[in-house]
Design a protein around this ligand. Structure first.
Ligand SMILES: [Zn+2]
Length: 349
């Protein structure tokens, strides 16, 4: 009878900590120290890596005890079935999720993305990178929404190229995806599991209301001249929506609704005629795209993304995020069951 190989979860390293102890892993979320070993065991464990089949080591009882300790700590897993092994661009992603998931099934997290449908609205430098990151991560279908032409200000690393200038942004992204993720579907009519909305200066209340009423989970990314706000993730009916945030802002600044209306009524930066408004800053677009894409992939993995009810304000020059947590606004009514009587609007004292 053949035994299923048992290995360290992918990426774990065994490191010496002295004559009688080793450390497995470096990430404090799961690293463990194994003590009370003799020098020969320390040497043996330091020769082990994530490719070693530990069932071949377990003849000695001392080794068996250490294997059992590592198993209890959740650092071991049997090899996945051969058909489930992920190769290519998402192999590292599967290995990381094998560490993050209690069951170690990182491969299933990556494979499940093939059935996912994610919309990306707004395909300037930030949105184009979101599309590329999600497609190369294995998301099966992307709904791309932005027919404005690519401008020279949209050219950025991992986004649009000089040869795309003049083409509709969605067309340019589709063309780029053929190179990096040839299997992704972009011309498919499907209900999205989530939508990333990239906008400038403020989130459009009408679009937010439409997504909320359609019960579509959506992540807002608002790019401003020198910073951006990523989040919140809106899960309609569960936590604050974008209208809740605007109501909180209006509580703090009664003139906010007028300012918001003025912003919403103007063409977005980066879509103005040539020689007009500037586009998105390259490093800011990259940071926002990576954060937004990671939030989507977290949700697709069945976990609760950290930006549910929270915004990350990412500012130039150093892009270190500042988190702010929001609550549902009592006057919004978005978290009340359908048919509930809305609260009286708040009045300014
Ligand atoms: Zn709300």
């Amino acid at each position: 009878m053949t035994r299923t190989p048992l290995r360290l979860r992918p990426g774990l390293r065994v490191l010496p900590r002295g004559d009688d102890a080793v450390q497995v892993g470096l990430d404090p979320r799961w690293a463990v120290v194994v003590e009370g070993l003799d020098p020969a065991e320390v040497a043996l464990w330091c020769s082990v890596d994530d490719t070693t089949d530990l069932t071949s080591l377990t003849r000695a009882s001392a080794v068996t005890a250490t294997v059992a300790a590592l198993r209890t700590a959740g650092l071991l897993r049997p090899d996945p079935p051969r058909a489930d092994v992920v190769r290519g661009p998402t192999a590292g992603d599967a290995a990381a999720w094998a560490l993050l998931r209690p069951d170690g099934a990182g491969e299933s997290v990556v494979r499940a993305r093939a059935a996912a449908v994610v919309g990306v609205v707004g395909l300037g430098a930030t949105g184009a990178q979101v599309a590329r990151l999600l497609a190369t991560a294995g998301v099966g279908t992307l709904l791309l929404d932005d027919e404005a032409p690519v401008r020279s200000t949209d050219v950025a690393a991992g986004a649009h190229r000089w040869s795309d200038v003049g083409a509709p942004r969605a067309t340019a992204v589709r063309r780029a995806l053929r190179d990096v993720a040839p299997d992704v579907r972009v011309d498919h009519d499907a209900e999205p599991d989530a939508v990333v909305v990239v906008e400038h200066d403020a989130a459009d209340p009408a679009r937010a209301a439409m997504l909320t009423s359609a019960s579509v989970p959506h992540l807002s990314v608002v790019v401003r001249a020198a910073d951006a706000v990523v989040g919140p993730w809106v899960r309609p009916g569960d936590g604050p929506c974008l209208r809740c945030l605007d109501l909180h802002r209006a509580d703090a600044d009664p003139a906010w609704p007028r300012v918001l209306a003025a912003v919403a009524g103007r063409p977005a930066r980066g879509t103005a005629p040539a020689g007009g408004a500037a586009g998105e800053v390259g490093v800011l677009a990259a940071a926002c795209a990576a954060l937004a894409s990671a939030q989507v992939l977290t949700m697709l993995a069945g976990a609760v993304p950290a930006l549910c009810g929270t915004t990350a304000e990412i500012g130039l020059p150093d892009l270190v995020p500042r988190l702010r947590t929001w609550s549902p606004h009592p006057d919004c009514g978005c978290t009340k069951p359908p048919g509930a009587v809305p609260a009286e609007p708040a009045r300014d004292g």
